[in-house]
Design a protein around this ligand. Structure first.
Ligand code: SAM
Length: 219
């Protein structure tokens, strides 16, 4: 998602108390408990867009701390505006490229990672940019706690097949896989819809989802 540049969005993001400041992001590993002021588990969404999913999750699960990560200020601005209307103590935002995720979370610091409707990057030469690629899975394996889970949803069948193919070479294993989330009761229970999920399921597209864990040697 790349919204038109919104004048002033960078300034709003830089001033917002909901967004962890860029200059202190590198000091974040090991300090999330201090940032939230409690010991609750930390769950993150990478590529959160306008933040509907993570805002709803944070509201429904007040004893989990959520961190929403988004690359573009113009998109993150929408999530910040939502927080201004309905502030949640257990939700913070990071404006960053997920490539640097290892600089912001320490080893085993994250309990759950959500990837929702990640950009497909259809050209082969851009495969490394896909958020469920083996390159990204290697980064997630470091920050995810032992027994932690990663959940990925998309309506893009090609991206989903690619993502499934990345698991074994990256040392990950699937706990659950569906090609039609909304008609599979056990997996759909408690499902929180994202903006893209509402849009594409509304068009009749089935939603694919996996839940995976890292099963390789601890990096
Ligand atoms: N998750 C939302 C949803 O399901 O409605 C938004 C999906 S949108 C297709 C993908 C989002 O991921 C965009 O907002 C994009 O800017 C963000 N994104 C893509 N690559 C990213 C990266 N490397 N780091 C952080 N955010 C990224």
């Amino acid at each position: 998602m790349r919204l038109r540049n919104i004048t002033g969005s960078r300034e709003v993001i830089a001033d917002s108390r909901y967004v962890v400041k860029e200059e202190i992001q590198c000091g974040c590993p090991g300090r999330w408990r201090e940032i939230f002021g409690n010991d609750s588990p930390i769950h993150i969404e990478i590529g959160m867009g306008k933040g509907k999913f993570i805002h709803t999750m944070a509201k429904e699960h007040p004893h989990i701390n959520y961190v929403g990560i988004e690359k573009y200020s113009s998109v993150l601005l929408r999530a910040v505006r939502k927080m201004e209307q309905e502030e949640l103590a257990n939700l913070k935002f990071l404006r960053m490229d997920a490539e640097d995720i290892g600089k912001v979370f320490g080893a085993g610091e994250v309990g759950r990672i959500y990837l929702n409707f990640s950009d497909p990057w259809p050209k082969d030469r851009h495969a490394k940019r896909r958020l469920p690629s083996r390159e990204f899975l290697a980064r997630y394996a470091v920050i995810l706690e032992q027994g932690g889970r990663l959940e990925f949803k998309t309506d893009n069948r090609d991206l989903f097949e690619f993502a499934l193919g990345e698991l074994e070479p990256a040392g990950w294993q699937a706990d659950a896989v569906t090609y039609d989330l909304h008609s599979e009761e056990s997996m759909a229970e408690g499902n929180v819809m994202t903006e893209y999920e509402e849009k594409f399921s509304g068009l009749g597209n089935p939603i694919c989802k996996y839940v995976i864990h890292y099963g390789g040697p601890r990096p």
